[in-house]
Ligand binder design. Structure first.
Ligand code: LLP
Length: 422
């Protein structure tokens, strides 16, 4: 019935939604879960990772930004393909290690790492603690001294580049809290060089923001990074890596978005042009590695028609997928049982907030029974909450055409038990 093995979302010959090469309704039945449920295509994730790794020649380091989706099944799948991990907390670090990511492929970012988190990173001997301020360098040194170890640190540079994306996810401009401003870099290196017993400077990193549609800002920040690297080497110091960051956008159906391999090529060309090809090239993408390979399935509760408007209430809300409410993101929503067709409905969730609104979608004249919310593999479940007494959504993992893992929500019952204890 299917025309070839397609990763991600497709339609079968009868028009029903297919995901990871299986009809979605069948996957839900096999998993034995109701809605709302996230479904992930592990084969799709695997093939996307392979394509990116093939673009970057060794020495390279693709560190998957675990925050995008921290499900162990996903982190393990990526680790088995040879990616490292970019973590932003002690818990993410422990998860990455438990999922088989070698410590020398893990980098840690974050503007407010606690002493405990810094100690975990030092003890694990990760590839680089990417420090974000001169003040933090002093704290890393103090923790290393207390542990009688040497910490491997990299400077996260703020290149003062503003990306064309939502303001909430732009991180590389002057006013952002992230990274070390260019004016403070000398002081930062001096601080590292002054503590050779506890610190070794191994790299430079940057991350200018998320969901970039073009490679321009990435190239601009990369130029700055290469200048910083060259200046460091010109001082007779050594460096192991330049990490160009993540932020590769995904095409949510609105038009053309640069592919992950194009961002990787930009980084590669920069290193070559600056004569830095002996350094390891790092990237740390999250969204592009998992976003297209996740689907949120919801059931229609009821339509509501009046005052010249028509809404469809679904059983997934902003607590399950907050991106539309937080960033005005528009994720395609389609009927499960048939392709989209003329006839727009405003799709909203049950949460008592006006921002619990997924936008207008072509669901046809007759309301469908179930809908698929597309490209929700990144920043979906990981940002979910139990607001309004709603449980967390279920998660289903598909590999080789089979459901290989189901993570069931404790539902509103679990919520009730926990709130009664507070
Ligand atoms: N590296 C660092 C240091 C980061 O802070 C991030 C994301 C990444 C890498 C991965 O970026 P990506 O390739 O996924 O764009 N919740 C927002 C996105 C927040 C991104 C935070 N940092 C959203 O749903 O759009």
């Amino acid at each position: 019935m299917l025309s070839g093995r397609m990763p991600g979302f497709a339609r079968d010959s009868l028009g029903a939604a297919v995901f990871a090469a299986r009809p979605v309704s069948e996957l839900l039945a096999e998993a034995g879960v109701a809605t709302p449920t996230y479904i992930y295509d592990l084969d799709g994730i695997r093939s996307g990772a392979r394509e990116l790794l093939a673009t970057l020649p060794a020495p390279h380091a693709v560190a998957y930004a675990v925050k995008a989706n921290s499900a162990a099944s996903i982190v393990r799948t990526l680790a088995s393909e040879g990616t490292g991990a970019d973590v932003v907390s002690g818990a993410e670090l422990e998860l990455a290690l438990l999922c088989g990511v070698p410590s020398d492929r893990i980098v840690m970012s974050g503007v407010g790492k606690s002493d405990h988190e810094i100690e975990l990173a030092i003890v694990a001997g990760i590839r680089g603690i990417q420090v974000e301020s001169v003040e933090e360098i002093a704290r890393v040194s103090a923790r290393a001294r207390a542990l009688n170890r040497r910490a491997r640190v990299a400077l996260r540079v703020n290149p003062n580049v503003l990306i064309d994306s939502h303001a909430h996810i732009a991180t590389g401009h002057d006013a952002a809290k992230f990274g070390i401003p260019l004016a403070d870099l000398d002081a930062a290196w001096q601080r590292i060089d002054a503590e050779p017993d506890t610190l070794v400077g191994v790299g430079i990193s940057s991350h200018v923001g998320s969901n970039m549609g073009t490679t321009e800002a990435y190239a601009a920040s990369g130029e700055v990074l290469c200048d910083v690297a060259r200046a460091r080497l010109a001082h007779g110091k050594t460096l192991e890596y330049v990490n160009f960051g993540g932020g590769f956008g995904i095409d949510g159906g609105t038009g053309s978005v640069a592919a992950p391999r194009e961002f990787a090529q930009v980084a590669r060309e920069l290193l070559t042009r600056h004569g830095l090809e002996q350094l390891s090239l790092g990237v740390e993408p999250g969204r592009s590695m998992v976003g297209p390979y996740g689907l949120l399935v919801a059931s229609v509760i009821q339509p509501k028609v009046g005052r010249g408007r028509r809404w469809i209430m679904i059983d997934a809300g902003m607590n399950d997928l907050i991106r539309p409410a937080l960033y005005g993101a528009l994720h395609r929503i389609e009927p499960l049982e048939r392709p989209p067709s003329e006839g727009a409905w405003r799709v909203v969730g049950p949460v008592c907030e006006s921002s619990d609104d997924f936008g207008e979608h072509p669901l046809g004249d007759r309301p469908p029974e179930q809908v698929a919310i597309r490209d929700t593999g990144a920043y979906g479940f990981v940002m979910a909450s139990e607001y309004n007494g709603r449980g967390l959504p279920n998660e289903v993992f598909v590999e080789g055409g089979r459901v290989v893992k189901v993570s069931r929500s404790s539902g509103s019952k679990g919520w009730l038990e926990r709130r009664l204890q507070a």
